[in-house]
Design a protein around this ligand. Structure first.
Ligand code: SDX
Length: 430
């Protein structure tokens, strides 16, 4: 079959050029415009990258209109029901579901890299006790590059793999240390006999003064949340990791950049912002007031946990988390006024013409905060947990980028609208 092409015509000059079209496995075709500037002397302009593919990837597919999410071709609903976070992390990183031997080896690797260098116990003490845990995580993940001089050659596949394992393995330990630091409680070492999510809850909540048993329901709920947050194609923080890594920066520095980007309330920081919003609403009777504000162009307030750059249908992850939030609340406290407000807010937003017309549905962050709260996780740790899950995706995407023989440093162009060329003027003449 002949190569599909797009013709671009400059109506001012009559110049026409053909550009190749690439077809993916799923999703829209892409027009390869890499030679546009060279052939036609113009740039494209797409500030939010709403119509721009930055790379080719085999990891995740999202159909925003359908509300579909596939990790390496597997529907998120099946993985949420049948898998666990470390198996999903293996799938995302290596492209296939593991055999038992492969799974056991991967779990062994992650488990035996869960401790951090003892110097981190001193390093973290440099942060104020009231430091936001995300600021601690940005600092500590970046600082990991100061400890692994034996594996910083980004072109070495073994170094790539061990760095990914170390980052996935140490995120729960660093996250729990960030929490303990704010509480002024002693840091708790990981226990290798515990599962990944179970170990995190153990490091978060146990104290030397007494025994602590992790509630299996809580561990399962957290493991599911980590699966749902593990990967999401070229979102802002993943694109940050790719761009940072494209300069050849080490994976710890690139991951730290991704954590910084995830922190924003428009992205991973939304789960924390949802809880703050629900607490601010405080009473179902005030929901209409906040919905009106969200619709008011003069008011910067947005309904946190609603809307998505890609999903113009219900975020499939939100559906799964919603079901689990109800199950957790019913099995723990029986009712949570914030869940009542969330359900009422969702009901109103899904019927309100503003949200319907703009296709603003609940996203993954809308219900996750309810579950974190039911698990006793403090609000300032919500995005930290998002980062814990997403590290698997960041590492898979970083590895895909760094292993690409056609890799080039990312360097966007611009449309310059500043001052025209002019000469320096002495101060006494200004
Ligand atoms: C995540 O990219 C990913 O994959 C991200 C993520 C992942 O897994 O990595 O899925 C995780 O970040 C989920 C999103 C969490 N963020 C929030 O919940 C914050 C609230 N949502 C918005 O800030 C917003 O919806 C975004 C940032 C998520 C998406 O914004 P877009 O795609 O740039 O859309 P937009 O800002 O252009 O909005 C389109 C219209 C605008 O109105 P008009 O200018 O056309 O009149 O919808 C309005 C917006 O004002 N709008 C909202 C709204 N979100 C969009 N109005 C009220 N409340 C909202 N939440």
């Amino acid at each position: 079959m002949s190569q599909k092409t797009f013709t671009v015509t400059n109506n001012a000059t009559g110049q026409s050029e053909e550009f190749p079209v690439h077809e993916g496995t799923h999703g829209p075709d892409v027009v390869d415009i890499r030679t546009l500037y060279q052939k036609m002397g113009v740039f494209t302009y797409d500030p939010g990258f709403k119509s721009t593919a930055s790379c080719e990837s085999s990891i995740t597919f999202i159909d925003g209109e359908e509300g579909t999410l596939l990790y390496r071709g597997y529907p998120i609903e099946q993985l949420a029901e049948k898998s666990n976070f470390l198996e999903v992390s293996y799938l995302i990183m290596y492209g296939e579901l593991p055999t038992k031997a492969q799974y056991d080896h991967f779990v062994e690797m992650i488990t035996h890299h869960s401790m951090v260098h003892e110097s981190f116990r001193d390093f973290i003490k440099g942060f104020r006790p009231d430091a936001h845990p995300m600021s601690v995580m940005v600092g500590m993940v970046g600082a990991m590059s100061a400890f692994y001089h034996d594996s910083l050659d980004v072109t070495n596949p073994e170094h790539q793999e061990i760095s990914a394992h170390r980052l996935i393995a140490k995120m729960p330990t660093i996250a729990a240390m960030a929490h303990k630091h704010t509480k002024g409680q002693p840091f708790v070492y990981p226990l290798n006999k515990l599962g990944y999510a179970e170990n995190f809850l153990h490091m978060m909540y146990s104290v030397p003064a007494e025994d602590y048993e992790v509630d299996p329901l809580h561990a399962r709920a957290l493991d599911l949340i980590l699966i749902l947050h593990a990967e999401h194609e070229q979102n802002a923080s993943t694109s940050t990791v790719r761009l940072a890594g494209s300069s050849g920066a080490n994976p710890f520095a690139a991951a730290s950049a991704g954590i910084g980007c995830l922190w924003g309330p428009a992205h991973g920081g939304a789960n924390e912002a949802v809880l703050v919003m629900l607490e601010e609403i405080g009473d179902p009777k005030r929901i209409d007031e906040f919905v009106a504000r969200a619709k008011d162009k003069e008011d910067p307030f947005r309904l946190m946990g609603f809307g998505h750059r890609v999903y113009k249908n219900y975020d499939p992850r939100a559906k799964i988390i919603r079901k689990m939030a109800i199950e957790i609340i019913n099995k723990t406290e029986g009712n949570d006024p914030l869940l009542d407000i969330a359900m009422k807010l969702e009901e109103i937003a899904l019927t309100d013409e503003y949200f319907v017309e703009k296709k603003l549905y609940p996203n993954v962050d809308f219900y996750s905060g309810i579950i974190y709260k039911a698990l006793g996780i403090p609000t300032d740790m919500f995005t930290v947990i998002f980062a814990m899950g997403r590290m698997a995706g960041w590492m898979a995407q970083w590895d895909e980028m760094i292993s690409d023989p056609k890799r080039v440093i990312g360097r966007p162009r611009q449309n310059y609208i500043g001052a025209a060329r002019r000469n320096y003027m002495q101060m006494d003449k200004r």
